[in-house]
Design a protein around this ligand. Sequence first.
Ligand code: KIV
Length: 271
Amino acid sequence: MSVHKDVKKVTTHVLQTMKEEGEKISMLTGYDFSMAKIIDTAGIDVILVGDSASNVMAGHETTLPITLDQMIYHAASVVRAVQRALVVVDMPFGSYQGNSKEALSSAIRIMKESGGHAVKMEGGQEIIESINRILTAGIPVMGHLGLTPQSIYKFGTYVVRAKEEEEAERLIADAKALEAAGCFAIVLEKIPADLATRVAKEIRIPIIGIGAGGGVDGQVLVVHDMLGINNEFNPRFLRKYHNLYQEMLGAFGNYIEDVKSGDFPNKSEQY
Ligand code: KIV
């Protein structure tokens, strides 16, 4: 069902209406102009300039090393490509935790220098002061709970979060706090489907899941993962829509062969 496919520009209000009318929200990550142009043309609702750029674009083991300048570079590239989607930009590790004034100036830099439409921040009640300050500047904020990769050294592992009652209750309280603060949506990453469904029912704003089951208001995947570019990442929640790893390997191999054999370029490929 795509009630809102004729919407010329997706806004936070459109996403809220989608939730209220039962239309699922589609979201993918994007980090560069060329890929973002294809994703937007396909009709995606939200493009997340994720700090997963640290992993898939820069090859870091975690999302922690990516800087504010680098996030702004990726986001500006995506914004130049996009006509319809809402562009949400991850605030990188170290740009908002613990100091709400620094959080506001980081968010303002993202909005001014990239042209993005909203920011995303990992955490619950512990970052509420930063969220409040950013919201006072009129910058829409998307929350992110459950497995929050910027805290990987606290968790120690990327396993499913909030399986125990205590952590599940804390997550629900955090989701309510984010909603009360004025966040326009929340990403729930890698938590039990029943818990995510409960949050989506109890919370009025859209809940977007990744590894959180089908009972939420929308889904997000990392674009390199769903295209099968990295053949070493195969979590249970990931559906691969292509095997680009094999296709690209084949294409690069054919090119190398053609160059070595002198088959490329032929007469019609020269001036
Ligand atoms: O950075 C990212 O790609 C994300 C998604 C996994 C939600 O935060």
